[in-house]
Design a protein around this ligand. Structure first.
Ligand code: SF4
Length: 395
């Protein structure tokens, strides 16, 4: 039975013998137990860059189909650079964090125009490209070119904290300095790509956030947290931000069988994606909206609700007029869509509306679209849900 107060220093002595044993154990374990991921079977920096960018904030399972579609459509950096931003966003739709897609596109153009289509081969050169941070630079440099570049991402951050029995806040400036300097110290001069993959897999499959599988861990002899029996206490738990409830309204405005859509502007969430006119409801109106059934894209008819609170109707008419210049008759709410974005839990009440007067000709961000053409547009996630509802209602 190990004791929590075993008399060892907080951090292990990372000397040459420690490093040799650690690297040997890590690489031997990886040869037998490394994950066989589709996007691993390549040394192509473009493919590695796309997969690593998609994997930020997103699980492997969610990324795989997106990665395959993206590479099939844009097989190299030249094809990505030549694409329109809207086409890139359409393929990214549903993955979230769309600035990743916009940065990928901008960096592809820079690689083609400023680097003759060739990726820089150092972590520093890669990090000079838009959207490529220290982790992604290290991943591309080591996976594609075997450059001994360190990495710290969610899995390795947890692994390093435990190896070092690091009790501080790992995302603080001091914590980041400590972990990056440890990552620099341990990365070998040869086989850096395999080594970094191995560390990530070890974190993902053995040194898991809860109940790490220390009995199966190849580096438990190197692990200060294991020696002190504090592996479930480090890293320190992240404080969760308080959830904020928000109520918004969609206006599904109809004119001659077409629906008004709006492209979100720079600076707005989901910039560049299409959406329906959408407004946050003031708190006093939000509470008067009756709860409606969640929108079901499979339903054939949109069930109109009997009660129509008048406050939101006047408010939405005025908002729509100010934003689009269009006068409309707002009818009853017919559906409700719920979704979450970072710390916001959002309820969107969907109102049907009928066009009365006004022109959208001067505004390129507004377009009248038949529901049958919604598939060609890149929508925000809730926008796609409403598009599916409206399309189903046509059937
Ligand atoms: Fe993680 Fe346990 Fe291995 Fe330490 S011994 S690295 S806590 S799995």
């Amino acid at each position: 039975m190990r004791e929590k107060n075993l008399s060892i220093t907080d951090a292990p002595e990372v000397d040459a013998a420690w490093l040799r044993a650690f690297r040997r154990r890590v690489l031997a374990w990886y040869d037998k137990h490394g994950r066989n991921l589709a996007f691993r079977n390549t040394r192509d920096p473009y493919h590695i860059w796309v997969s690593e960018t998609m994997l930020q904030q997103t699980t492997v399972a969610a990324v795989l189909p997106y990665y395959e579609r993206f590479i099939a459509r844009f097989p190299n950096v030249e094809s990505l650079a030549a694409a329109s931003e809207h086409d890139v966003l359409r393929l990214w739709e549903g993955l979230g964090y769309y600035s990743r897609a916009r940065n990928l596109h901008a960096a592809a153009r820079s690689i083609v125009s400023d680097h003759a289509g060739c990726f820089p081969q150092t972590a520093a050169g890669l990090a000079s490209l838009k959207g490529i941070g220290r982790y992604t630079a290290g991943a591309i440099a080591s996976f594609a070119f075997d450059v001994p570049a360190p990495i710290v991402e969610a899995n390795t951050l947890r692994l390093y904290c435990r190896l070092l029995a690091y009790r501080g806040e790992p995302r603080s400036t001091a914590g980041q300095q400590r972990l990056w300097s440890f990552a620099e110290r341990i990365v070998p001069r040869k086989h850096a790509g395999r080594f970094n993959h191995a560390l990530m897999d070890l974190g993902a499959t053995i040194c898991t956030p809860r109940d790490p599988k220390c009995d199966a861990c190849p580096v438990r002899a190197n692990c200060a947290a294991f020696a002190r029996n504090i592996q479930n206490e480090v890293p320190a738990a992240k404080a969760r931000p308080a959830i904020t409830e928000v109520t918004e309204a969609y206006v599904a405005l109809r004119r001659n069988g077409k629906i008004l859509v709006r492209q979100r502007e720079a600076g707005e969430r989901w910039a560049g994606l299409w959406d329906f006119p959408r407004y946050e409801l003031p708190a006093e109106m939000a509470v008067t909206c009756p709860p409606l059934g969640a929108g079901d894209p499979r339903q054939k008819r949109l069930a109109l609700h009997d009660e129509t609170p008048s406050g939101p109707v006047d408010f939405l008419q005025s908002q729509l007029r100010q934003q689009t210049g269009i006068e409309a008759e707002i009818a009853k709410p017919f559906a409700e869509i719920r979704h979450g974005v970072t710390r916001f839990r959002i309820r969107v009440i969907c109102y049907a509306a009928r066009y009365e007067k006004g022109s959208t000709k001067q505004n390129a961000a507004l377009r009248w679209v038949s529901p049958g053409d919604f598939a060609s547009l890149a929508f925000s996630r809730p926008g796609r849900r409403l598009a599916e509802l409206l399309l189903a209602a046509e059937a």
